[in-house]
Design a protein around this ligand. Structure first.
Ligand code: TRP
Length: 375
């Protein structure tokens, strides 16, 4: 891959499963919840006027992106970009130290994220990738924003409470308690008005909306109240049956080799019933594997399960392995090409940081102007 010719990764096989995985308007089940209905309506507005939306989203650089990210959020970003939405992707490096003492593999993980984004088809000519630590104006917004939320509100955030409960650290840092405010700065520094999230991030979006509203009420209209685009993607479990996670070594990294993929899937937890079915409520582990194969093959999970039938876990795992390796082959080839040109890959982040700085500085100027008292 040369620096002047990024892979046109967003065409061809990589885009095919997007509709299946993420289009709520056409795949909405009959019992539509209010949140799903709202997301479907939002999708219609995006299709009508993509240029009026700016997405801000991101992935903490704490490990390799995996299949859960791929079907849950990454395909959706590329889809939005290709619709004409301005997609801004943050690598929130300062957020790494919310729940750990060191950020020692930050550079390596950041390179990995960039490789994944580019190989997926995130196009640096249209989309922006940047990191926290390169954008001082973003971080400065944290100060006025902190003044707009109460300690009681910070203490009530269910996602933060959950993270504190599961934290390996013995004490809770100030950054842990306030990182949803930092996320408000992430989103509002570039005036993002559309944030695609999984369910766990929804409380954070409420914090952002609250801060935007209170700032506007107190100092005058500066910020949009960002809208939440709920992910329609089904949840994939990790190979150990718990939530798939970057830092838990229970996932198949997108950049893994075909052999590593086979080994990881061979090690996945199943159950004692030899007959394979798709039954997410009663057989979560087996069903998650069936679902993964079905997503990769763009087929109905019940059909995939029925075909395996009495083949048991061995045939199931072979099916999943072949489906994943087949589906990701082109992506992995592009990723390997980009990996040969790290100077180019890193230049994408540098250019993104520049644009993010320009956006955040303009916003900070408006904030100071609105507040009147600061220079
Ligand atoms: N907290 C998010 C996560 O762990 C990452 C993130 C940081 C983010 N800032 C954000 C997501 C702003 C959306 C918007 O996945």
């Amino acid at each position: 891959m040369t620096s002047t010719a990024p892979a046109p990764a967003s065409t061809g096989t990589a885009t095919a499963p997007i509709a299946a995985a993420t289009a709520p308007a056409t795949t909405a089940p009959t019992a539509t919840t209010p949140a799903q209905a709202a997301s479907a309506e939002l999708e219609r507005r995006i299709a009508r006027d993509p240029g009026s939306f700016r997405v801000l989203t991101g992935d903490r650089p704490t490990g390799a992106l995996h299949l859960g990210h791929y079907f849950g959020s990454l395909l959706n970003r590329v889809r939005l970009q290709n619709l004409g939405v301005d997609v801004v992707v943050l690598i929130p490096d300062y957020q790494v130290i919310t729940d750990r003492d060191t950020a020692e593999r930050l550079g390596e993980y950041t390179d990995g994220l960039l490789l994944d984004y580019l190989a997926l088809g995130l196009d640096p000519a249209r989309s922006t990738v940047f990191c926290h630590s390169a954008v001082p104006a973003l971080n400065q917004l944290m100060l006025p924003f902190l003044s707009l939320v109460s300690v009681a509100e910070l203490n009530r955030n269910p996602t933060v409470k959950d993270e504190i409960a599961h934290s390996r650290q013995s004490t809770v840092s100030g950054l842990m308690l306030t990182y949803p405010v930092h996320q408000a700065a992430d989103i509002l520094s570039c005036k993002g008005n559309l944030v695609p999230v999984g369910r766990d991030q929804a409380p954070h979006l409420e914090v952002t909306r609250t801060i935007a509203r209170r700032f506007n009420e107190r100092y005058g209209d500066v910020f949009p109240e960002p809208e939440t685009l709920l992910s329609a993607a089904p949840l994939l479990l990790g190979t150990d049956g718990t939530k798939m996670s970057k830092s838990r070594a229970n996932s198949v990294p997108l950049g893994a080799t075909a052999d590593e993929t086979a080994r990881l899937i061979r090690g996945a937890t199943t159950d004692a019933d030899r007959h394979i079915t798709y039954d997410p409520d009663t057989r979560p582990n087996v069903s998650s594997l069936v679902l993964l194969a079905a997503l990769c093959l763009e087929r109905d999970p019940h059909e995939v399960a029925a075909e395996i039938g009495d083949g048991g876990a061995a045939v199931l795992k072979r099916t999943v392995t072949d489906a994943v390796n087949g589906h990701l082959a082109a992506f992995r080839a592009r990723r390997a090409e980009y990996a040969k040109d790290l100077p180019y890959v890193r230049s994408v982040l540098r250019a993104g940081n520049e644009r993010a700085n320009a956006l955040a500085e303009a916003t900070l100027d408006e904030v100071r102007e609105a507040m009147g008292a600061f220079r």
